[in-house]
Design a protein around this ligand. Structure first.
Ligand SMILES: CC(C)(COP(=O)(O)OP(=O)(O)OC[C@H]1O[C@@H](n2cnc3c(N)ncnc32)[C@H](O)[C@@H]1OP(=O)(O)O)[C@@H](O)C(=O)NCCC(=O)NCCS
Length: 153
């Protein structure tokens, strides 16, 4: 059964070893970059705190996710900043599991009215995954990525 675990002193090196396929490298930053970034947060129309986690299955690390929160932001208060599944474990439901785990967390928090996400315009797997969960494209391009939103509250 898949599960989400914290990134700790014990597992962070296993998590930075997870890699996407060569042709997917432009779709997502490395886990090493994301874990470094999570220490400082993100500055996009205000300050966002970053929360990185690992996706596991039976004690085996298979993927990584990171979300951002800013309860002061006028349009969306949560943003799915990163999602990746290692090239050897893709297509087995782990990405969708990670997405649903984040969305359940957000749904439990009344302060989160809207969730944002963005992806490279030709990342069809990501587009379909997010559209299937209810994300609607806004028509905006942010940092050369297609932006989509999901209304929760
Ligand atoms: C996008 C990504 C996180 C999805 O995770 P995953 O574990 O491979 O995907 P899942 O097995 O959970 O499948 C999610 C959906 O995508 C579809 N899908 C998965 N791999 C696919 C593929 N190679 N081709 C077509 N569809 C695919 C599945 O059919 C599923 O749809 P369904 O629920 O309607 O059946 C993963 O492929 C990945 O890490 N890609 C590279 C990095 C990336 O693009 N990250 C997202 C940046 S925005």
């Amino acid at each position: 059964m898949p599960e989400i675990r914290n990134i700790t002193i014990k597992n962070w090196q296993d998590i930075i070893d997870l890699k996407v396929r060569e042709d997917q490298k432009t779709f997502v930053a490395s886990n090493l970059y994301s874990i470094a970034q999570s220490k400082f947060g993100d500055e996009y129309e205000g300050h966002w705190d970053l929360y990185p986690f690992a996706i596991y299955d039976d004690d085996k690390p298979v993927g990584f996710l990171m979300y951002a929160l800013n309860f002061e932001h006028p349009t969306h208060q949560a943003f799915i900043q990163r999602l990746m599944v290692d090239e050897n474990f893709q297509g087995k439901g782990y990405g969708k599991f990670g997405m649903n785990w984040m969305l359940d967390l957000f749904r439990a928090d009344e302060r989160i009215k809207m969730v944002g996400i963005s992806y490279e315009p030709h990342n069809e797997v990501a587009r379909k995954l997010y559209a299937g969960l209810g994300f609607v494209e806004t028509g905006r391009i942010v940092d050369e990525e297609t932006e989509a939103m999901l209304k929760l509250h």
